[in-house]
Design a protein around this ligand. Structure first.
Ligand code: PLP
Length: 472
């Protein structure tokens, strides 16, 4: 094969054969421009009609012709590192429904990977963004005094219990919140070691990827990683591993700055630790002066039926990390820490864009909606969705386990191939779900999901399982 001609095939079997290197920019540019010029609204459905739908409406094969054309053009110009789960090309969304570039309407149990907490394009969030954009698009909140930046920090302080008044450092993403926490933990304790958990996911920049231990591919070819990072098994009792192995054989506890934990593992497979384990971790950290950092980037912002997943366990972390659902899809992350922990000096850390006023406006609208109705909805529709999936498990031998909290639900299969096959069978029927961990499919819908939509989703999921099991 000549250099520059690389055959690729994605999960749906869409071939994309790269052209000669010299042709790539102009040809791909022209293809993408032609594609965009040709893109009116994909269907005649009004926003309210789209939002009111409960069942998918597919009008082409999946993926449709425009999706396939886009994928071919996209592969020529985008980084091949992008994970790209399956061939889905979203064009617009309303609530829990999302329409692709071919005009097919899908029921979305992904929410843009647990991000679109208030549903797609919630009118109150859109209005807040528009109003803020007209007033001020940017002024660095790190270097100057941006009122809305402080307003978001005050709101996060109000809704987050870190055992006392909090201060917040805003970021552009989840991984940056994790980086900030690594730096703050080392800086404020004067200790260097960090303890994270097998199966955990914390991001892909150097510090956060060093904490991540969900898949070896995140580390492959990138070593050496951040020194001073140790890992323990998730959910295994402290007396069984951390004390006898980490503290006795590897590093003394008084050199550990922080324990970083997802209260419910996300990318690792939507794994809920045993009852009381997080409380034991809290006790261990307090006993040794170690900071407990809850990475709530996926599990937070109402997804589990509480603002933060750690609240289910009655514990109080020292630092809480938020992202994803915090601003309904606008790029924002947050590190919320108690006053006595957030002690670093002026200039120690900052960011040009982080806490951008438009993202902050989206966050304020999001928090308002979560508190007024959506956390309650997640606590109502989520458990009933999980119960229906539990009943499905009783009928469907392919399903090994159903676990989670609120609208953070994992369905575990016997192996990864089965989980992949179910994910794709759902896609072909118009239901969007996503693989997680070794053998699970994650269900993380927008928190506006209604009971009728949940029922349709479970029915489609059942049909997809039956197809994969060969019993349909
Ligand atoms: N932490 C957790 C628990 C996550 O799930 C993610 C992303 O999936 C991250 C951190 C990184 O967030 P981002 O992709 O915004 O950098």
């Amino acid at each position: 094969m000549k250099a520059g001609r690389r055959a690729r095939q994605d999960e749906a079997g869409v071939d994309s054969v790269g052209p000669e290197v010299d042709d790539i920019p102009s040809q791909a540019e022209a293809e993408i421009r032609a594609f965009l010029d040709d893109s009116g609204p994909p269907s005649a459905l009004g926003r309210e009609e789209l939002e009111a739908m409960a069942a998918p409406r597919l009008i082409t094969e999946i993926p449709g012709p425009r999706t396939r054309a886009l994928i071919e053009a996209d592969h020529k110009v985008t980084s091949p590192s992008l994970p790209r789960a399956y061939p889905f090309a979203p064009a617009r969304g309303a609530g829990s429904m999302i329409e692709d570039v071919d005009g097919n309407v899908f029921l979305d149990f992904n929410a843009g990977i647990a991000v679109c907490s208030t549903g797609h394009a919630h009118p109150k969030v859109v209005r807040a963004i528009e109003e803020q954009a007209e007033r001020l698009l940017h002024y660095s909140g790190g270097d100057f005094y941006l009122p809305i930046y402080a307003e978001v920090c005050a709101e996060l302080d109000r809704i987050t219990d870190v055992g006392g008044p909090a201060r917040t450092f805003l970021t552009n993403s989840g991984t940056e919140a994790v980086e900030a926490a690594i730096k703050l933990a080392r800086n404020s304790t004067g200790r260097q070691y960090l303890l994270a958990f097998i199966g955990g996911f914390h991001g892909r920049s150097y510090g956060s990827v060093s904490l991540t231990a969900s898949k070896a591919k995140y580390h492959a070819g990138f070593g050496p990683l951040l020194p001073g990072v140790l890992h323990a098994p998730f959910g295994v009792s402290i007396s069984e591993f951390i004390e006898p192995v980490i503290f006795k054989r590897l590093v003394p506890p008084d050199e550990v700055a922080a324990v970083v934990v997802e209260p419910i593992q996300g990318e690792g497979g939507y794994v809920v630790p045993p009852d009381g384990w997080l409380a034991d971790l809290r006790e261990m950290c307090s006993a040794h002066g170690i900071l407990l950092i809850a990475d709530e980037i996926q599990s937070g912002m109402g997804r589990t039926g509480r603002m933060w997943a750690y609240e289910h366990e009655g514990i109080t972390p020292d630092i809480v990390l938020g992202g994803k659902g915090i601003a309904s899809g606008m790029p924002l992350g947050a590190m919320i820490a108690r006053h006595d922990v957030m002690t670093w000096d002026r200039g120690a850390h900052g960011s040009t864009y982080a806490g951008n006023p438009v993202c902050c406006a989206a966050a304020l609208a999001t928090i308002g909606l979560l508190e007024s109705e959506l956390i309650e909805n997640a606590a109502d529709v989520g458990p009933s969705l999980m119960e229906s999936l539990g009943r499905l498990q009783a009928r469907e031998p392919l399903i090994r386990d159903i676990r989670g909290r609120g609208m953070m639900i994992g369905v575990d299969f016997e192996d990864g191939e089965t989980a992949d096959a179910v994910e794709m069978a759902c896609l072909r029927r118009g239901l969007l779900v996503l693989r997680a961990g070794d053998s699970a499919v994650r269900i993380a819908p927008p928190l506006v999901l209604r009971h009728d939509q949940a029922r349709v989703g479970v029915r489609i999921f059942e049909e997809a399982c039956a197809e994969v099991a060969g019993t349909s």
